[in-house]
Design a protein around this ligand. Structure first.
Ligand code: NAD
Length: 237
């Protein structure tokens, strides 16, 4: 397990033009999240749920990684075993920055992929930025069951949390970038680590600043050099 864990959320991609949950005017605002992101959304609101994710998949095609994604990619390249990169994001900006699928763990799924709805089959297909129905008529090429967005909906199991739990166990330096802490509780993880940094734009009701060794309220692209310097200093101790 790595000594340093970098956990990111929607805020790290905000400067690349992908809306966070809280931004106004973004695609998320046109839809009721509880209608399209719930465990029963595909059953109850199939068309609008598929449409929502089709739009979000199309939306990320022209988005580019920002300076924060790039610095994290360089850090991971330099210290592959000492740094774990885990994100709540479903976009592919770390991958566009040059990270491989092994380099970054997506806790909540990955937008460019779709998955077979048959749980036994559960095959995953990379469809890039296309609409789900345009890929093999929305059916699994393997077993012909319907496909679904490869996204973890509220109330569904999130198998990648096992990796987060394993990493946090050995983590000595915990970095949080661009998450409000509403979906993942970060305070106890910060308390568990010897060093910790929080970077958001503003305080969040669910994050306790006192649990972190350092707090930076600034854009991730401004904060990332300080974060990288602290990580490098820690790893060379
Ligand atoms: P959130 O929207 O709840 O909170 C965003 C946080 O980012 C806020 O605390 C804000 O202060 C901070 N922030 C905004 N701009 C920033 C910037 N430029 N630099 C640094 N920080 C900045 O996000 P969340 O906690 O990640 O929860 C949202 C959930 O929705 C996640 O589970 C995620 O999967 C999903 N989501 C993903 C994306 C994406 O893939 N890009 C976008 C929106 C939502």
């Amino acid at each position: 397990m790595a000594k340093v864990l970098i956990l990111s959320g929607a805020g790290i991609s905000a400067e690349s033009g992908i809306s966070t949950f809280r931004d106004s005017g973004g695609l998320w605002e046109e839809y009721d999240i509880s209608v399209v992101c719930n465990y029963d959304s595909l059953e109850k609101n199939e068309d609008i749920t598929i449409e929502f994710y089709d739009k979000r998949r199309a939306e990320i095609e022209d988005k580019k990684p920002n300076y924060a994604h790039k610095v994290i990619k360089e850090l991971k390249e330099k210290y592959p075993d000492d740094i774990a990169v885990i994100t709540q994001n479903v976009d592919n900006l770390f991958e566009k920055a040059g990270m491989s699928a092994e380099d970054v763990i997506h806790l909540h799924g990955f937008m460019p992929t779709v998955r077979c709805r048959d749980e036994e089959c559960a095959k995953v297909y990379d469809i890039g930025y296309e609409a789900l129905e345009t890929f093999n008529d929305g059916k699994c090429p393997e077993c012909a069951s319907k496909l679904r967005p490869n996204i973890v909906f509220f109330g569904e199991a999130a198998p990648m949390y096992e990796k987060l739990n394993a990493e946090i166990h050995d983590c000595e330096f915990f970095v949080v970038i661009g998450t409000s802490g509403n979906v993942i509780e970060v305070n106890s993880m910060a308390r568990y680590s010897k060093h910790s940094i929080l970077n958001n734009l503003e305080p969040s009701n669910t994050i306790a600043e006192r649990d972190f060794s350092k707090v930076i309220y600034d854009k991730a692209s401004n904060a990332i050099d300080i974060i990288a310097d602290d990580i490098e200093a820690f790893l060379s101790e």
